[in-house]
Design a protein around this ligand. Structure first.
Ligand code: DSN
Length: 425
């Protein structure tokens, strides 16, 4: 090993060791299982496989094809989906495939605004803008952190979008898809749901089941509440043959050449594990987010939507403007080994200096935390908000974190959660 390699490797190892002592609260991250990590560093990582199983442009895919067919079967089963594509290499790439398949430049798509919690790919400066689609935002009710149903029905009838898109990155409550169903039917639009944040909750029967609530196409990443690799996926129901063909073509050769075979295999392992563990894991993640919201609220930290139980998902949103704002509090939390991100709240104009923080319970759930632990976590957050010394809070976080060293809701759940094997000391 030379100095350059040692420098890189030392920093990666230092990151692992640091995260093993942190409280992970970013709502869009998670921990893979030891088994999923094992296949992620297999020889699949070094290979190519363009096309679909059995119809590849490369030799050498005998076992890749078996794994990909199994991955598709597992996804069909877990999400009760008629159409599955496990090749998109991220959630945004899956979104780009939907845009390539179903929208031409100049078409109208309805979606949420960034400050309401939308993902950047739906914005003018993201994939929507790159595809040249005209996006129109739904009316949003700040009190309920959800769509205004009557206003949304009116908007859909007025603009008659080609595609109605749903799904958020601050995803507290399920959008009212059933209430909008008649309007979708009346205007004949395609209904698209970006499930990235809530895929693991959907797998576990929590939140909502979009494919049974009128959604035609569900795009997703696979590493947020779904505890898989950094990867993407498309799932669909009631698509015509032509629509399915358009999607496959949009994935390859549209927005990928080869997909990432190691990540696809790690996704397949995660789905096999989620078949067994999703229900228990997702239910606990939802109980934990509500418990965290309640405890913070009782400690005087303003959590959004107290009258609605704070959330129906893994995520809660907190207004920390009176404690210095999202940027400042997130930094002080990092100094105390609590990892979260600043986030815009619906009334914010700046994404760089927003008033909010977003917390997710899913990774804390994966390392075994329960409702009583959320009270402890809330007390650390409240101390930081109220200006306690970060060094003192950090020392208590380090002590608390010693109780959570392995990843749960998976096979081999006694392995180190953030572990690695050193090749050279
Ligand atoms: N930017 C990610 C999030 O944190 O929600 C989604 O890609």
């Amino acid at each position: 090993m030379n100095d350059d390699a040692r420098y890189i490797r030392d920093n990666v190892m230092a990151h692992n060791e640091w995260f093993d002592e942190c409280i992970p609260m970013i709502a869009s991250e998670n921990l893979m299982s030891p088994l999923a990590k094992e296949v992620l560093i297999s020889d699949f990582a070094d290979r190519y496989a363009e096309g679909m199983p059995g119809k590849r442009y490369y030799q050498g895919n005998i076992y890749v094809d078996k794994v990909e067919l199994k991955a598709m079967e597992l996804a069909e089963d877990l999400f009760k989906a008629q159409f599955v594509d496990v090749r998109p290499i991220s959630g945004t790439v899956a979104n780009m495939a939907v845009l390539f398949a179903f929208a031409e430049p100049g078409d109208t798509i309805t979606t949420c605004a960034l400050a309401q919690g939308a993902h950047i790919s739906t914005q003018k400066f993201g994939a929507f803008g790159q595809r040249g689609v005209h996006s129109v935002n739904y009316p949003f009710n700040v009190e309920s952190m959800n769509l205004d149903v009557d206003g949304t029905i009116k908007l859909l009838k007025d603009v008659k979008p080609k595609v109605a898109q749903f799904g958020l990155s601050v995803f507290l409550f399920p959008p009212p898809l059933r209430e909008l169903q008649d309007t979708f039917d009346e205007i004949g639009c395609l209904v698209w749901y970006d499930a990235a944040h809530v895929l693991g909750l959907i797998a576990g029967g929590q939140f909502q089941d979009p494919l049974r609530e009128g959604v035609n196409i569900m795009s997703s990443s696979t590493h947020k509440t779904f505890p898989g690799p950094n990867h993407g996926m498309l799932l669909g129901n009631n698509l015509t043959d032509d629509q399915e063909k358009a999607l496959r073509k949009a994935v390859f050769p549209g927005v990928t050449s080869s997909h990432h075979l190691h990540a696809m295999a790690a996704l397949a392992i995660t789905m096999a594990e989620m078949k067994v563990f999703a229900k228990e894991y997702a239910a606990q993640a939802c109980k934990n987010s509500r418990a965290l919201g309640q405890a913070l609220y009782e400690l005087g930290v303003p959590v959004l939507c107290p009258d609605l139980g704070f959330t129906r998902s893994h995520a809660i949103a907190v207004d920390v403007s009176e404690f210095g704002g999202g940027k400042d509090v997130a930094q002080r939390m990092e100094d105390a080994n609590m990892i979260c991100n600043k986030n815009m709240l619906p009334w914010d104009e700046s994404a760089v200096k927003p008033s909010g923080l977003r917390f997710g319970s899913q990774e804390m759930t994966r390392i075994g935390m329960k409702e009583s632990d959320m009270k402890e976590v809330a007390s650390f957050i409240a101390r930081i908000c109220k200006g306690d010394d970060t060094k003192k809070v950090k020392s208590d976080v380090l002590e608390f974190r010693k109780g959570f060293k392995s990843v749960k809701y998976c096979f081999n759940d006694n392995e180190p959660a953030y572990g690695y094997r050193k090749l050279v000391p």
